[in-house]
Ligand binder design. Structure first.
Ligand code: AMP
Length: 181
């Protein structure tokens, strides 16, 4: 049976103002390498994405980036990854990220991070996959997202089981404790 050890991370292509979030990306990258968990991510060498990838690589971890050619042309693809896959467009890029991963986690980020998060959540919701989805709510960054999901539920615009489709964890240690790979 194929080993399940691939964790997809969605996170900011910017570093954010609070250095605590950068430290989180570093710790998570190192821990993934230590646990021999392969990281799948967007392939950029910028923001929290680059920080995460570099931390895992510096500890000998395997990191696979999946980047659409439009972003490669802007020369922001990470050149030192274990593997860099270039896709013709964003949609193929996202579907490859999802197919090649056994679980998903989001770190602090912006609308791109949310876009990817909501897509994997929606796909799980309608039964397209059963993979674990984690929100790393470090220092409460994702509290507004938690509130938004509660609001949607309260107003009857979601399957009442919505919250069973994802797990909020407080940091990288809790993530690795809950991860069933
Ligand atoms: P954002 O949260 O808006 O910074 O977007 C980050 C997410 O979108 C990441 O998980 C990436 O997969 C994708 N993304 C956005 N910008 C880039 C970029 N310049 N290079 C690679 N991926 C990106």
């Amino acid at each position: 049976m194929k080993k399940k050890n691939r964790l997809c991370i969605f996170c900011g292509s910017q570093s954010g103002h609070n250095p605590d979030y950068q430290d989180l990306a570093i710790r998570l990258g190192r821990l993934a390498a230590l646990h021999k968990i392969e990281l799948i991510y967007g392939g950029g060498d910028i923001g929290l994405m680059g920080i995460l990838a570099n931390a895992a690589l510096s500890e000998g971890g395997k990191v696979v980036g999946i980047l659409p050619s439009i972003l490669e042309k802007q020369e922001i693809g990470h050149q030192k990854l274990s593997e860099l896959i270039i896709t013709p467009n964003m949609h193929i890029r996202k579907s490859q990220m999802y197919e090649k991963s056994d679980a998903f986690a989001i770190l602090p980020g912006g609308v791109g991070t949310l876009d990817e998060f909501f897509e994997v959540l929606t796909w799980k919701h309608i039964g397209l996959h059963q993979k674990q989805i984690f929100v790393v709510n470090y220092k409460n960054y994702w509290d507004p997202l938690k509130d938004l999901l509660s609001h949607i539920l309260l107003n009857g615009f979601s399957n009442p089981n919505l919250k069973n489709f994802l797990q909020f964890v407080e940091d990288e240690k809790a993530l690795f404790k809950e991860l069933q790979l």
